[in-house]
Design a protein around this ligand. Structure first.
Ligand code: NAP
Length: 676
């Protein structure tokens, strides 16, 4: 096999490894298969390239432009993923592991593409919450906004998921509009490099948006500035040494860390042998111990079961672990491949020995196990190892040592508070799971443990067919955890994008805020055009364009007619005495839905035109009762516009209904789909 030369991509050029390159070995054979690393990388030029070329090009695009870019990128990678699978087997990953890493990474990018289009505006500013009225007259208002950081994101990734680990950081950063320099872990950087090559060759990304460092990062961290951000995934030890860099501390450079974690899974007291939950628990634990040979930051390291069930769990788990075929990951019958390297194997065995000083090994002998299709002496193979800790309250290593391989420890708990104490002894984790069919148990554990864990995963007979698994971080949900887990947070839908942006409080007049936000703020100027706004196509409508309707008097006959027609004969509309006795009404009042219907009748333009459909109402509030004899009229203003595709766009209208005294009686936002 020819040695793979793993390059970096700096300032628009591929830079081959030089004499200082590090060798990279196959997880299966132990042979050197690649080399990576370039001492001569000009880190200052790379950062300048990202800041001066990549950043401005990305920031010129709107959120929707960038979301479309992500979708194109994910579609492109999806069509080319076989090349990544072929390389990834060398890391010890089975095809099932590749699905987590490669398909999972591409899927994450698709989710951010979809969320960017659905949940972010088609402009350059993201709004945080609603405007705040800061003055009595409404001439001075406030709004929190997010804009992209003006620097560069440096992504330092762990070896275990070379594709997912890269794409789950890249997707939110690019959606935010921040250029990235990716530094994969050297041990599996040949897979990440191939993925970066595909993304660059696709021609979808603007120049400077993505650069790659294969091998050491050199002095890059010492050259960062306050608008830059470091997102790190790896061991607690490396995180500590990098985040305590005085340059990073001095300049308040954002540093987010996803690091190791002693994740726990708790079996509920109700989940006794014979229940679907007991079987589910054993299955999940076995899967989490052996997927990716246990090299998952979310793997279950501590199994917490009721004392009475510990031996039943050990027995059932051992029966499943016995069936896990270890070997060459390319073979279809292999269920667990190898660790990434011989060094990782040594590390896992050393850590397992530490755990073994406090717990008895009840499954898996690293000196005697079967490997199919590969030489166990040359590859980085280990068997799954299960330990039983009889004294979990006094154990230290069981709760504090992460053996980053297929190693897990079972321990018993006496009651739910004891289970909480044990789960929280990990000092902060990415995820803890609870398998129970008892909502009260779930609530008790959530209140006692949520603060120590970034994610709580509950599963039972109802959700098990569709649940995504204890170990799967989802792009929709936050990934990260307190304390030991690094204190960082990634993903979580649009929350993950905001980590790459600055939140700023904006204060000023409604007109100033409207201009900055790209959304009409109540109190800002209204644009009164002679033509009815419903006659204008999407592109011709202006933010702030307003229609004032003629008034309409609401009569008692209207109310009775509406009540009879709809069947809504609630007493407040029909019974004067009962309505007057109600603290909210002066007497009989009009139905809120009648007012909405009259409003639609007042502002409608009945002819065929650019308005295709009314797609909904948001934030509806009835502010003041309307009595028979009152007269209402409507103000309809274009608040925001979002183009949906090449044919139509959504218009968000601010609607206010007022009475004859000018008092607001109802307010809402109306959504219409308009042709372009
Ligand atoms: P690691 O040894 O800490 O390395 C992590 C990354 O840091 C690698 O890219 C490494 O590059 C880089 N690095 C090391 N020293 C550096 C330095 N002085 N300057 C700049 N970069 C440096 O961790 P790993 O062995 O790759 O990964 C295993 C660990 O990651 C486990 O503890 C696991 O729990 C954790 N992990 C956590 C998550 C999560 O989401 N929380 C996910 C996956 C893994 P080189 O490879 O070139 O040294």
């Amino acid at each position: 096999m020819t040695l793979l030369q793993i390059s970096s991509f700096a300032c628009g050029e591929w830079v081959a490894p030089d004499a200082n390159a590090r060798p990279i070995e196959s997880a299966i054979t132990g042979e050197v298969i690649a080399r990576a690393g370039t001492a001569s990388l000009d880190t200052a030029a790379m950062l300048a390239h990202a800041r001066k070329i990549g950043g401005p090009a990305l920031r010129k695009l709107t959120f929707h432009d960038r979301a479309r870019m992500l979708k194109a990128l994910a579609t492109f990678l999806n069509a080319q993923k076989q090349a990544l699978y072929d390389l990834s087997f060398n890391t010890g990953a089975t095809q099932a592991d590749n699905a987590i890493d490669i398909d999972g990474g591409i899927g994450t990018m698709f989710v951010f593409a979809a969320k960017g289009r659905r949940e972010m505006p088609d402009v350059h500013v993201y709004l945080d919450g609603a405007p705040e009225q800061l003055s009595r007259g409404g001439s001075f208002v406030g709004q929190h906004i997010y804009t992209p950081l003006l620097g560069v994101a440096v992504h330092i990734n762990a070896f275990n998921f070379p594709v997912w680990g890269m794409l789950e950081k890249l997707a939110p950063a690019l959606l935010a509009g921040v250029p990235c320099i990716v530094k994969p872990a050297t041990a599996s950087c040949y897979v990440a490099e191939a993925c970066v090559r595909l993304m660059l060759e696709s021609g979808i990304l603007p120049p400077g948006a993505l650069q790659l460092v294969s091998g050491g990062l050199g002095d890059m961290l010492d050259r960062l500035e306050a608008q830059d951000i470091v997102a790190f995934t790896g061991s607690a030890q490396t995180a500590l040494s990098l985040r305590s860099n005085p340059h990073i501390l001095r300049n308040s450079i954002r540093f987010t860390a996803e690091q190791d974690s002693l994740n726990a899974s708790i079996l509920g007291p109700d989940a006794t042998p014979g229940t679907p939950e007991f079987d589910l628990f054993v299955k999940e634990v076995q899967r989490e111990m052996t997927a990716k040979a246990g090299q998952k930051c979310t793997a279950i390291r501590r199994i917490i079961a009721p004392e009475a069930q510990v031996h039943a769990v050990i027995e059932a788990l051992c029966a499943r672990l016995r069936k896990v075929q270890i070997g060459d990951p390319r073979l279809e019958t292999t269920r667990m491949g190898a660790l990434i390297s011989a060094a990782q194997r040594r590390d896992v065995l050393a850590k397992a020995a530490l755990i073994g000083s406090e717990a008895e090994r009840v499954f898996g002998n690293p000196d005697a196990f079967e490997v199919q299709g590969a030489d166990a002496a040359k590859g980085a193979f280990v068997p799954p190892m299960l330990f039983h800790c009889a004294n979990p309250d006094s154990a230290i290593h069981v709760h504090g040592t992460e053996a980053f391989g297929p190693v897990s420890t079972i321990m018993g708990y006496s009651d739910l508070d004891h289970a909480i104490t044990l789960a929280n002894k990990g000092g902060g984790s990415l995820v803890a799971s609870v398998i129970t069919n008892d909502p009260a148990t779930a609530r008790h554990l959530a209140l006692g443990a949520a603060a120590w864990h970034g994610r709580l995963y509950f599963n039972n007979r109802t959700s098990m067919a569709e649940s995504t698994g204890h170990g799967a971080p989802l792009p929709h949900m936050v990934h990260g955890g307190p304390g030991r887990a690094g204190g960082g947070e990634e993903l979580g839908g649009i929350r993950g994008v905001l980590h790459y942006m600055q939140r700023t409080a904006i204060q000023g007049s409604p007109d100033i805020l409207t201009a900055i936000m790209g959304q009409w703020v109540p109190g800002a100027a209204e644009i009164l055009a002679p033509a009815h706004p419903f006659t204008k196509p999407f592109g011709a409508l202006h933010i702030g364009e307003t229609l004032h309707t003629a008034p309409r008097t609401v009569t008692l006959e209207d109310i009775e007619h509406f009540a009879a027609f709809t069947g809504d004969t609630f007493y407040a509309h029909m019974n004067e005495e009962a309505a007057a006795a109600n603290p909210f009404f002066p007497g009989r009042v009009a139905h809120g839905y009648l007012l909405l219907s009259f409003a639609a009748g007042l502002f409608v333009e009945p002819n065929i035109g650019p308005v295709l459909a009314n797609t909904g109402l948001d934030a509806l509030r009835f502010l003041k009762p309307v009595q028979p004899g009152d007269s209402i009229k409507v103000r309809l203003t274009v608040k925001a516009k979002t183009r949906r595709n090449d044919d139509y766009g959504e218009v968000r209208w601010h609607v206010t209904l007022t009475n004859q005294s000018g008092e607001a009686v109802a307010e809402y936002e109306l959504l219409t789909m308009n042709s372009l």
